[in-house]
Design a protein around this ligand. Structure first.
Ligand SMILES: NC(=O)c1ccc[n+]([C@@H]2O[C@H](COP(=O)([O-])OP(=O)(O)OC[C@H]3O[C@@H](n4cnc5c(N)ncnc54)[C@H](O)[C@@H]3O)[C@@H](O)[C@H]2O)c1
Length: 414
């Protein structure tokens, strides 16, 4: 029986880790305590899951001293991951960290250094690696169907419900999330790295924000009190979201930390991009063009992988999972998955599969779905390099900030 504690009792921490640990994994895992800077939210979660029996902390160090856990689960906002990962490793624990592993090169370096020095292990949870559709793509890539990869086109579209939601809260402030290039694209960059079985070397990026932020005068502090609620197409009623659970987890805890869950999408505090375009050069020679759009009329991911044997095209438009391979004999082989039903559970069944792996453990991992700090660093590495590229108006090598840990990485030519 392993002993776990969790820091960050927001939506993900509560419903993707704490609740399943209590309800589904009690035979092999004990959730000994939870912690959050917002004590009210942590107390609500303990009440909700255990009638208050799970001890609640706002002092992380005290929680570690009192419970001496085997594993710390980190599900705070992104920029706070590093401080807890480092403390947990120093204390002698292993760590399960939500993506992104962290948000800056300095914090990434501290995690890599501490993991190496302490010998304890950090697992970064990339749940998309467990989604059936991406598992199928990985199997096809590993089968050699495409052959050596020459180039990749990767587009991710978030609609004005899902995409907008990142602009309502802490994610929309770069200091919290590192921007969508870290917070969201870490999923996509990890998928690309994993599918290609390759690592990024060099990045060039552009980004703009022209849809959210201070682009209209009809705005308020938040939807709840907005004078334009009757006319704004983005108005949400916080009390009606997720069967009233946003009221409990967020609205009724606001007085402790001022975290407003329905902040105006047109606020002038927003400082991240809503459209980005990134070029990546890979170590084995492939080049990737990637774009993220956070204001699309529909949700979709489209990836094209051009290889020496042909072209693999996959997309998820309108909830259909399509995979086609064009070989060099003029044929199209259809790996159509539009008949395959999404599995039950969060993120198309990916979350339950990930949790089984985390809490019960699999003997082998033939598709390499469990991600370590190297994978965590390589995925945020593209986002960090992209942020630097935009800020400094130049192409950026990942070796500039990861080279001390991975000396084999390609360096800029003198
Ligand atoms: N893999 C996925 O599909 C997925 C989905 C959602 C969120 N996430 C990740 O999970 C994490 C949490 O996201 P969320 O949607 O639950 O956000 P949330 O806003 O619901 O919760 C964040 C929690 O962190 C707490 N917090 C903030 N700063 C803290 C600090 N310094 N110390 C302790 N607690 C702190 C907040 O009080 C809040 O309870 C993020 O890292 C996010 O990237 C992953």
């Amino acid at each position: 029986m392993k002993k776990y504690v969790l820091v960050g009792t927001g939506w993900r921490g509560t419903f993707s880790y704490a609740e399943p640990l209590v309800k589904e994994y009690a035979d092999c895992a004990e959730l000994a305590a939870v912690c959050d800077i917002n004590g009210k939210r942590a107390r609500f979660v303990s009440e909700h899951l255990s009638e208050g029996k799970i001890p609640v902390y706002t002092d992380f160090d005290q929680m570690l001293r009192d419970h001496k856990p085997d594993v710390v689960i980190v599900t705070t906002k992104d920029c706070a991951h590093e401080q807890y990962i480092v403390k947990a490793l120093e204390f002698g624990c292993d760590v399960i960290s939500e993506k992104p592993m962290t948000t800056t090169d300095e914090m990434c370096a501290r995690i890599l250094e501490t993991e190496k020095r302490t010998g304890h292990k950090v697992t970064v949870t990339f749940n998309l690696r467990f989604m059936n559709f991406y598992v199928r793509l990985k199997e096809l890539m590993m089968s050699g169907l495409v052959g050596d990869v020459l180039s990749v086109h990767f587009e991710w579209l978030l609609d004005t419900s899902h995409g907008a939601d990142y602009f309502r809260r802490w994610h929309s402030i770069r200091a919290n999330s590192g921007s969508l290039l870290i917070h969201k694209s870490t999923h996509h960059f990890d998928l690309a790295n994993w599918l290609l079985d390759d690592e990024p070397v060099k990045v060039n990026a552009f980004g703009t924000r022209r849809f959210y932020g201070h682009i209209r005068e009809e705005r308020g502090e938040r939807c709840l009190t907005c004078p334009h609620k009757k006319t704004c197409e983005f108005y949400i009623d916080i009390d009606k979201e997720e069967r009233g659970m946003w009221t409990k987890i967020y609205k009724e805890c606001e007085d402790e930390d001022g975290y407003i869950r329905d902040r105006c999408l047109f606020s002038d505090v927003i400082d991240i991009e809503d459209s980005v375009s990134v070029s990546v050069k890979y170590a084995k020679g492939a080049v990737m063009s990637y774009s993220l759009t956070a204001h699309s009329p529909y949700e979709c991911m489209k990836i094209v992988i051009n290889g020496v044997n042909g072209r693999l095209e996959a997309d998820t438009a309108f909830n259909k999972e399509t995979i086609k391979f064009y070989n060099r004999d003029g044929e199209c082989v259809n790996f159509d998955r539009s008949h395959v039903k999404m599995r039950a559970g969060g993120h198309g069944g990916a979350d339950p599969a990930l949790r089984d792996n985390l809490f019960r453990g699999f003997a082998s991992d033939p598709l390499h779905q469990m991600a370590d700090t190297r994978a965590g660093a390589m995925s945020i590495g593209i986002g960090i390099a992209a942020n630097k590229s935009m800020a400094e108006d130049r192409a950026v090598y990942l070796s500039e900030f990861l080279g001390d840990f991975y000396p084999e990485m390609e360096k800029p030519q003198k």
